[in-house]
Each structure stands twice: as C-alpha cells, then as structure tokens.
Design a binder for this molecule. Structure first.
Ligand SMILES: [Zn+2]
Length: 328
C-alpha cells in the first residue's frame, strides 16, 4: 500500500506522465518536453571560441516587437552540452560507485558491464548518458542519435550592455609596478541573463530526472583556465507536446519585450507559452506545466539509488543490444 507522501509525489508527474516513454527506443517519436531556463551569470565569463579573444556574438532582432537588429552575446549550444553531459556522466559514475554492491550484484546485469565512458574519444555507447546525449559510432556499430537537444542561447541584453573589456598587465613583484599591458580580455559581466531551452525527445521519466539534476548541478561554464564562468540555471518553464513549441531565440525576444518589469516570472513564461501554443501543429497535445516547483523538488528528492540505477542501466544496455543486433 502506498503512503500518503508517495501518492502526493506521484501526482506531481500527472501531467507529464503521458509524454514519457517506459523505456528508451532508438527510433524517436513525437513526444517532446521543453525545459525553459534562465542561465544567470554569476562571475565574469568568457563565451568565445578558442582561437579568438572576442566574445561570440549573433545578430538578431531586438525583440518580437522591435525589429531593429542588434548584436547579442552567444552562449553556444556545444558549450552548454559539453558541461552538462560531463556532469551527467560524473553523477552516474559516482552514484554507481556509492552503491557498495556485493560481489553477486557486481557480476550481474546491469552492473557487470559498466565500462569507462569519457569525452570525446571513449564514449561507451551503452550507458544512460550515451544513449540520451548520443554518440558517434567509431567502428561498425550504429550511431546513437541524441534525444536531448541544445540550441545556442543569446543574451537578453545587447552585447555592448553586458561586455566588459579587461586589460591585464604583468606585475613586477619587486616594486609592485605594473609592466606593459599583456593583453585585453573581453568578458561577459556578472548578472547577465541568457534565456535558454533544452528539448527532450522520447525520453523516460528517469532520463528527464537525470537531465534536470544535471542542469541544477552545473555551475561552471565559459571559464578560462582558472577564472570565472560561474553560472546558475533557473528552471522557469516546462512545456510538453508532440513537437517543439518555442525556440530559444523566440524565448529571448519575447522576454526582452517584458524586461522593463525587471523580474522574469513563471507566470510571464506561462503566458508566452500560451501564445505559442496557438501556433502549434498539434495544439491540443500541448501541456504547459503549472507545477514546476513541485517537479523540481521531486527531482531533487529522487535518490540515485540501486533501484533507479538498475532501471537506467538496464534500459541503456537493452538499447545498445537492440541497436547492435539490428546491424548484424
Ligand atoms: Zn557512456
């Protein structure tokens, strides 16, 4: 018999439940869940591609209502994904290591075949991270198509409002004088906001939980070797349907029109989503989640225990086996 607490907990998932798959499948269906995030920069951050010193920028309309073009700083999809996929792998590996399995379990599925898995040339292709984030085939094996999609996030404000140029000098330790300027760095100021969306396709509830846990755990992006890059991810909206309802850029442009109110609220995001629902191909399949705080709490309180890990590792190994059987 289920306790009251568990019943309450199950209710939290009521509206999303129909968008989850029981087990992950290699062929992707229409069920889609989008997580709308505010990525808040908490320290100077360097959002740029390795070779240049300039920040990555993107030219966009100012907002939905103001068509005049402006430059915004771009927080590249690849940068978000790289951090979050590593976080998921670390979390899973630590959770499995913490299980303190007895010899019997260690030699039994699904825990006997867990191998090292790391970016970018040694993806194991059969762990929960690989089957969600995707992996390219190295040999004769099948590619794994990702079911978590990232897109480049653009700053809410124009580039010239959020960039800071820092010139650094060599300090002479003996007389504390500054020597000649060594160079200039272009950084994004703290308190900058990047609206961003992650799209999950045909995922299980456990995969959704892992994705949200990774988002909440990740705190460091866009750092140079030693400095800065602190970020906090705030989940501010969840919408599910049989298609993508809104893109990351649309989300930024919509919020820009609202920014005079200083605060971006879940209610505001809900009203934006309501207007996008009107444009959808399968309008009555769309659910705009109204229990975001409860869902986040349920995710935080889900332990990566033996039961949870057995489910996700069994799923991922079955996924791997089914794909590679087909190939032969
Ligand atoms: Zn893997």
């Amino acid at each position: 018999m289920e306790s009251k607490a568990q019943e309450g907990n199950n209710n939290v998932w009521e509206s999303l439940e129909t968008y989850f798959l029981a087990t992950p499948e290699p062929i992707i269906g229409a069920k889609t869940i989008q997580i709308l995030i505010i990525r808040e920069i908490l320290d100077y951050a360097a959002f740029r591609t390795e070779d240049t010193k300039e920040l990555n920028t993107m030219v966009t309309p100012t907002s939905v209502t103001i068509k005049e073009q402006i430059s915004r700083v771009a927080f590249l999809a690849s940068k978000q994904k790289a951090v979050e996929t590593r976080e998921m792998e670390r979390m899973l590996r630590t959770a499995v290591d913490s299980l303190d399995l007895n010899e019997g379990d260690k030699n039994k599925d699904p825990f006997k075949n867990i191998t090292e898995c790391y970016l970018k040339d040694n993806l194991c292709r059969k762990c929960p991270r690989c089957i969600l984030h995707g992996a390219t085939a190295l040999s004769s094996e099948a590619n794994i198509k990702h079911r978590i999609e990232y897109s480049t996030a653009t700053s809410l404000l124009p580039w010239n409002d959020i960039e800071e140029t820092i010139t650094f000098n060599a300090i002479n330790d003996k007389d504390i004088s500054t020597g000649q300027a060594l160079g200039t760095r272009y950084l994004v100021k703290p308190a900058t906001i990047f609206p961003s969306i992650i799209t999950l396709k045909s995922v299980t509830k456990e995969e959704f939980i892992l994705a949200v846990k990774s988002l909440l755990s990740c705190k460091s992006y866009g750092a140079e070797t030693r400095i800065g890059g602190d970020v906090r991810n705030h989940i501010i909206g969840i919408v599910a349907g049989w298609e993508e309802i809104i893109t990351s850029l649309e989300f930024t442009l919509e919020l820009y029109d609202e920014k005079t109110d200083s605060k971006i609220t879940k209610e505001k995001v809900t009203s934006i989503l309501e207007s996008y629902k009107e444009m959808a191909g399968n309008k009555n399949k769309i659910t705009i989640e109204d229990k975001i705080d409860e869902i986040i709490k349920a995710v935080q309180e889900t332990n990566l225990d033996k039961e949870f890990l057995s489910k996700v590792y069994t799923d991922s190994q079955n996924f791997y086996n089914s794909q590679n059987k087909k190939k032969k």
